[in-house]
Design a protein around this ligand. Sequence first.
Ligand SMILES: CC(=O)N[C@H]1[C@@H](OP(=O)(O)OP(=O)(O)OC[C@H]2O[C@@H](n3ccc(=O)[nH]c3=O)[C@H](O)[C@@H]2O)O[C@H](CO)[C@@H](O)[C@@H]1O
Ligand SMILES: C=C(OP(=O)(O)O)C(=O)O
Length: 479
Amino acid sequence: MPALLFGDYNNQLGAIRVQIIKFAVQTRDSNTDKQNKNYYYMASFEVIGGKKLSGSIQPQGAKNEALQIISAVLLTNQEVRIENIPDILDVNLLIELLSDMQVQVNRIDRHTCIFKADQIQTDYLNSPAFREKGSKLRGSVMLAGPMLARYKKAYIAKPGGDKIGRRGVDTHILGFQKLGAEFVYNPQTSCLEFTTSGLKGCYMMLDEPSVTGTANVLMAAVLAEGETQIYNAACEPYIQQLCRMLNSMGARITGIGSNLLTVQGVKELSGTTHTMLPDMIEIGSFIGLAAMTSSELTIKNAGIEHLGVIPDKFRKLGIQMEFKGDDIYIPQQDHYEIATYMDGGILTIYDNPWPGFTPDLISIVLVTAIQAKGSVLIHQKMFESRLFFTDKLIDMGAQIILCDPHRATVIGLDRKHPLRGITMTSPDIRAGQALLIAALSAEGKSTIQNIEQIDRGYQQIDQRLIQLGADIRRIDNQK
Ligand SMILES: CC(=O)N[C@H]1[C@@H](OP(=O)(O)OP(=O)(O)OC[C@H]2O[C@@H](n3ccc(=O)[nH]c3=O)[C@H](O)[C@@H]2O)O[C@H](CO)[C@@H](O)[C@@H]1O
Ligand SMILES: C=C(OP(=O)(O)O)C(=O)O
C-alpha cells in the first residue's frame, strides 16, 4: 500500500508503513518474476489473419460480476445457486479458492454452480496456499468483506490481476476501518490481518469509486449493526447486480445504480438464485472485432439495457450497428469514419467510473480505430500503464503516437494497407484481446504468446472465433 495511506497517522505506524511499502514492492517484484519465469512455457495462439468472419456469438457471463457474486456466497450458510458463470481462469480460480476453504461447490453444469458456505475453514485464508493461489487474480481481494462480516476476521494477501498500474487496496482498508475493523500487517506472511468485535454501520465517503472496493465494503456492511451510507460508491452494472443479489438474500440496500448506497444491516442472510449478466467487455470486444475484420456479426442476448454508453462509443468510431430485440447486429463494413466534435475538433475517447466509459474497453477502442478513417485521441485516465502494448501495434504497421502513459493518438489507415502479422506477447487481458483482434485483421501469420492473460477473461475465445471462420490455433508451449 502506498505511504499516503498512513499520511496522516502518527509515527507509531511508521514501522507498519515501511512494511506496507515492502508489501507493495514485494507484490510488484514477485508478480514480475512469476510472469517472466513462466514466460517461455505459456501457451500461445497462432493466427492467420485477413479473413472475414460471419455468424452469431453469445457473450459469456460477466467476469467482473462473477468475481463479486461468487465472493458473496460466503455471507450465508444456505445454498446459493449461480447461473451463467463464465468458464474463465480467474473465475475458476476463485471457485477453487472457495472449495479449498471447504465451501460446498456443486457444479450443475459448465455455467451453473450451487454453493453452500455452512462449515468453512476460516484459517485457510491465512495459509501459504491461499496466498499463492489468491495472488493470481484480483478478485480474491473480495473474500475479505464477507469474511469480516460473518467471521469477524479477514486477510488481504497480495492480490493479482492485470499489471496495468498500482492496483492498490486503500479504499478497501479505509472502508473496513470506518466500519470498525482494525488491522495489522504481518511481515511473516506479507498479509494485512483484519479483526473486529462487530462491525458498526456508519456514513463514509470512499476516497475513490473503486469497483472492488465498493463491493468489498458493501458486503461487509450488509451484516453490520445499524445503517451504513457509502457515498462516492462505484455503480457499475456489476455492483448493481451484487446489490440485487444481496437484497434477494435479505439484505436491505437502497440507492442501487447511484453513487450513494444506503444499507440497513441485518443479522443474517438466506440463500438465493442469481443469474449473471452477459459480459459487457466481451460485447465491446466483439463490436471492435467485427469492424476490424470487416465481418458481419450478430451478438446474441447482449443485455443491451445494461450497456450504458458502450454502443455509442463504438458508433463514434463510425461503426454501424442495429439492435434487433436484445441482439446487436453489425453489418459488414469495409470503411468506418471517426466522428469529430460539433466544431470539427478531433474526437477524444476516455474512460471514467460508471456510467462513464469503462477503462476495460479502452484497449479495444484503440485497436479498432487503427483501420478507421480519421483520427482519435485515446485517453486511459484510470490506469497508469495500460497503453504500453501500442508498440506491438506500431510494429504491425498501425499509425499510433503514444503521447504519454495515459494517452495515445491513432491516425486511422482507412484500409490503405492491412496490418502485418508479427510475434508478440499479451501483457494483460484486454491488451491481449486487442492484439488478437489486430492479428485477425492483419495480413499473414501472427503468434501471440502468454495467452493465459486472455484466458483469464475470455472463455475459450479461440474455439468461438473458429466458429466464426477464424484461422486460429492454440499452441501449448509447456515443456
Ligand atoms: C476484478 C474487477 O472487478 N476488476 C475491475 C475493477 O478493478 P479495481 O476494483 O481494482 O479497480 P478500481 O475501480 O479500484 O480502480 C481502478 C483504477 O482506477 C483508478 N481510479 C478509480 C476511480 C476513480 O474515480 N479514478 C481513478 O483514477 C484507481 O486509482 C485505480 O488505479 O474495476 C476496474 C475499473 O473499472 C476495472 O478496470 C477492473 O477490470
Ligand atoms: C483489469 C481487469 O481485470 P482484473 O481487475 O481482474 O485484473 C479486466 O477485466 O480488464
